[in-house]
Design a binder for this molecule. Sequence first.
Ligand code: GLP
Length: 257
Amino acid sequence: MMTADAAPIPLVDCTPSEGARAVAAEIAALVRARRAAGRGVVLGLATGRTPLGIYAELARLHREEGLDFANVTTFNLDEYLGLRADHPQSYRRYMRERVWRPLGMSLEQGWIPAGEIAPSQVDAHCREYERAIAEAGGIDLQLLGIGRNGHIGFNEPGSPRDSRTRRVELDALTREDAARDFGSLEAVPRHAITVGVATILSARRIRVLAFGESKREVLERTLSRPVGPEVPATFLRGHPDVRLFTDLASAHGKAAR
Ligand code: GLP
């Protein structure tokens, strides 16, 4: 029998727009099937540039085809600590502008860690976030990007497999990559709240996206390094329903189509 650690991640060889359409179509099918059964859907959502095409396609399906998100609850992976909710780089603002509003969702349907929380409240807030995910029935489908240092959410190198929602210190490379959007390195927060590796692995389906040359090296490491905290994305190997959409698949000769 294959050990969990040895299981490869199935790759889907696609362009960014093909990947966005495929994942959006999968989400739409899930939302419609659950609606027909009178049930809700819980989505785990990511920020960053990578999922923008998915959100644009979902917004189009909402506008042009009447896809209704009334039965959907979303939980975000992470948020910077110390940013006001309306800060241009806060993930809450990203979600309001790119996801909740364009999909016709009310703010009560969307959960994201609170970036403005007082330090003394952070631990209780993180426990409450985990409890809210569990009470919603767990995550049906988790969207995921990969940071260039192998992070998933803000689970930076060193994050253990059993980690849960918590405060983390951001890695130097993560802050460097964010500096472009913040205008300077000094403006990038030093800490964040992220769901844990275990929280992510508890999702029933995980759809990862990684496109472009800047992700080649981390993709290589995700697929070939020993599974462990050094490259947190390696923990995805062995998940029973994970797929990685990428335009770098041919380099690995493992394309799923
Ligand atoms: C950010 C986010 C991650 C995201 C990653 C990649 O730091 N916290 O959730 O997946 O980095 O971002 P991008 O999609 O812009 O490459």
